[in-house]
Design a protein around this ligand. Structure first.
Ligand SMILES: [Zn+2]
Length: 372
């Protein structure tokens, strides 16, 4: 490894190589190309074994010291990025100390850091109890990625690092649960001049959405700076009707509900059922339990030492792959370099914090796995 190339240059090069591949849900062959790039790095390290899996067309790769089932620490990342309609946006630029472009902050930059750390530490400390798991379906929920690895294959680790949330000094300790529900109403088709003839499915649905949003709006707490209360957002509403003077016979909508502990998927469903009433059919589409994470005290200490600022424990309204891991009582460190504009074409990662995050993780992994 030529020492003349700085670590940051290497991280940027690998990140940009991954960013230029549009590894979205609709492009399995591009996702496979991302795995090719990563595999090439991991394969070159002596004493490391690589296992690859597939769940419903979504690949995962797990690497670790040969012969070790449960690594002390597992680095976890996803190689998929969200879909932008214009495929030419999957490029990258460096400007104002930032790396710009889709996937820089979510999370190809972090994947590059983890691959670099994994390869470097395995070369310096052969047999180190460090694993890496790369998946490709986080942006669509993670069931066929980290969910598959932990729930179906029974993969375990002493501690997981998931650099897909929080920030450099902000370590996420709690995530809201997710309940996305389809609401369906069946009424009677009819002429709009005779509304008395039948229940209008769209009207029943609209009133239901109004009652739901009113209820959740009443839970808002202006004194909670991190919005730590349940929320409900209608995201889709449709009927098969295309005729302006026809009463729709059917209507459906999706609402996206986010809720903090101690609410549960079941308790939130009960609330929705009660408010929706018997005319509305309720079908959960996606669910995720609330997550409570326990970051390692040593990680917090190293973060404070290297950043020169206190490490804050924060709560996050969005979910991550951490939930699939934390449900087994495995401690998860959920932090990240400084990133912004996630899921936008002008997504970015701050380069100074990229290098700093690499240093924090490197020191943590060595103190945890080598010195101890
Ligand atoms: Zn992500």
């Amino acid at each position: 490894m030529p020492d003349s190339i700085s670590i940051l240059d290497r991280l940027i090069a690998l990140t940009r190589e991954l960013m230029h591949i549009p590894s979205t849900e609709s492009r399995p062959e591009e996702r496979a190309r991302c795995f090719d790039v990563c595999r090439n790095f991991l394969q070159a390290v002596p004493g490391v074994s690589i296992r690859e899996y597939d769940s419903n067309g979504f690949a995962s790769l797990v690497a670790g010291p040969a012969g070790l089932e449960v690594p002390g620490i597992l680095l976890v990342g996803h190689l998929d990025v969200i879909e932008h309609p214009d495929v030419t946006v999957y490029r990258s630029t460096i400007r104002d100390g930032r790396l710009w472009g889709p996937g820089s902050g979510d999370m190809k930059g972090q994947c590059a850091i983890m691959i670099e750390l994994f390869c470097d530490l395995h070369r310096r400390f052969p047999g180190i109890s460090l694993g890496i798991a790369l998946t490709s379906d986080e942006e669509r929920g993670g069931e066929d990625g980290v969910g598959y690895l932990f729930e179906k294959l029974g993969i375990r680790c002493g501690l997981a690092m998931v650099p897909d949330g929080g920030s450099i000094n902000r370590i996420t300790v709690e995530e809201k649960g997710i309940l996305q529900i389809r609401l369906r109403v069946i009424g009677h088709e009819g002429h709009a001049a005779a509304p008395w003839l039948g229940p209008n499915a769209l009207k029943t649905l609209a009133l239901c959405i109004a009652r739901l949003t009113q209820h959740f709006d009443s839970l808002q707490d202006a004194t909670s700076p991190d919005h730590w209360y349940p929320t409900c957002v209608p995201t889709i509403c449709s009927t098969p009707n295309r005729t302006v003077n026809c009463i729709p016979g059917e209507a459906e909508a999706i609402v996206d509900i986010r809720f903090p502990y101690p609410n549960t998927i079941e308790s939130m469903l009960d609330v929705v059922r009660e408010i929706a009433g018997p005319e509305v059919i309720i079908e959960p589409v996606n669910t995720a339990a609330t997550t409570r994470l326990s970051p390692d005290p040593l990680y917090l200490q190293i973060t404070e030492q290297l950043t020169g600022a206190p490490a804050k424990l924060v709560r996050a309204s969005g979910g991550s792959d951490a939930l699939f891991i934390a449900q087994y009582g495995i401690p998860v460190v959920l932090s990240s370099p400084v990133v912004g504009n996630l899921h936008r074409e002008d997504e970015w990662m701050d380069l100074a914090s990229m290098e700093l995050y690499h240093r924090i993780c490197e020191r943590f992994l060595i103190e945890k796995l080598v010195v101890a």
